[in-house]
Design a binder for this molecule. Structure first.
Ligand SMILES: [Mn+2]
Length: 387
């Protein structure tokens, strides 16, 4: 049986100020074309279909569109909810779309009940484990200490118990949305740590032929049978080095697994550049990033004027600006109170300007500050409020 494993679509999410719906629609088109061209037998989507509990209408329409297209192809699809989805909202209508071959699993209590699909060699049982929030599902799984590992282990016990009742030779796939030990995080997953360790060992998935994971946004192979597809699109600059992809998994008659990595369409390259503004504007090496989505870290000791306007002349798709001036760090031995002691408001304000900008106020600016302080001191109502 040939599976296509993907996750973390985050439909409706923007990348900085760029609306990603067009890129998300392109990905959906690519997914449907891949299903058709590569003879996929089943699609698995391991959570975070949407970016938030109440997604924008355009994202809901895109989801509706992909469900229709997959159902029209007659290719069964198994999906779970992730930590960004509202399981209950996403699950509305799940019973009805089940009849169209779209199996949406959002209910933790149903994790031991598989979707059974058949090929020439027999049954493949798909167990959908929606994202399990420890505090919310501890009673369901009867665990004493609500932790990610304990609830996932309890859910997997149910999976193995059910699998043991199936016909001999039944193969198995688990969908889960979790942080597995050894996986590498980026800046765009929402932290799922609840009062302790979020990571669970890959061993919890022992006993099934393939664990199709979601949550981490970089594609990764934890073991041959435990993989993350990663998100199809970048949602932070920490993903600049990611290669966005899906896994095409061939599950053989004996349950052995072969996985091929399929690239997703790239809407625009990502680049992180760093240096003094003048250097970034002049360096011929950086020409290759001129059409990329750019995050620029400026190291100028004095914050330059209009940095964004100047950067976008060369890099029109600059989305993020970071200031990390290279200068001697302040002496940590000098406490804040000691640095302020015996100094006038005017001096403190001038130092503040120098601290945030890299250069103190000029004469005109000093006069503006002086005038502001004088006005405040002269104003009885301000003094009244201050008391
Ligand atoms: Mn996610």
């Amino acid at each position: 049986m040939r599976l296509l494993h993907t996750s973390d679509w985050h439909l409706g999410r923007a990348f900085h100020r760029v609306n990603m719906l067009g890129a998300q629609a392109d990905f959906i088109g690519h997914l449907v074309a891949t299903v058709r061209e590569r003879g996929v037998d089943a699609v698995v989507v391991s959570g975070d279909v949407y970016d938030r509990a109440v997604p924008p209408l355009a994202a809901v329409e895109l989801f509706d569109d992909v469900l229709h297209r997959l159902a029209d192809l007659g290719v069964p699809t198994v999906m779970i909810s992730g930590n960004h989805d509202s399981a209950r909202r996403l699950g509305v209508g799940a019973g009805l779309i089940d009849r169209a071959g779209i199996h949406l699993r959002t209910e933790p209590s149903a994790c031991g009940t598989p979707v059974l699909l058949r090929d020439a060699f027999g049954d493949v049982a798909f167990y959908g484990l929606p994202y399990l929030e420890p505090a919310l599902v501890r009673d369901e799984f009867g665990v004493e200490k609500a932790g990610h590992e304990s609830v996932l282990a309890a859910a997997m016990d149910r999976v193995r118990a059910d699998l043991a009742t199936r016909a001999p030779g039944t193969r198995s796939v688990v969908l889960a949305h979790a942080f597995v030990t050894g996986g590498e995080a980026s800046d765009s997953e929402r932290d799922i740590t609840v009062g302790g360790v979020a990571a669970v060992p890959a061993g919890v998935f022992d006993g099934v032929d393939y664990a199709a994971l979601g949550h981490l946004h970089g594609s990764q192979t934890i073991t041959e049978r435990v993989r993350y597809s990663g998100s199809p699109l970048p949602y932070s600059f920490s993903e600049t080095d990611h290669r966005k992809s899906m896994w095409l998994v061939d599950l053989a008659a004996d349950g052995s697994v072969e996985a091929e990595r399929l690239d997703c369409p790239v809407p625009r390259a990502l680049a992180r550049i760093r240096g003094a503004l003048a250097d970034l504007l002049a360096d011929p090496e950086l020409a290759r990033h001129e059409e990329a989505w750019v995050e620029a870290t400026l190291t100028d000791a004095v914050r330059p004027a209009d940095p964004m306007a100047r950067l976008t002349e060369r890099f029109p798709h600059t989305l993020s600006l970071v200031f990390e001036p290279e200068r001697a760090p302040d002496d940590p031995d000098v406490s804040y109170a000691r640095r302020l002691a015996g100094r006038s408001d005017q001096q403190i304000a001038e130092d503040f300007v120098a601290h945030v900008r890299g250069a103190g106020p000029d004469e005109r600016e000093q006069a503006v500050l002086q005038d502001a302080f004088d006005t405040v001191r002269a104003d009885d109502t301000v003094r009244e409020v201050a008391r």
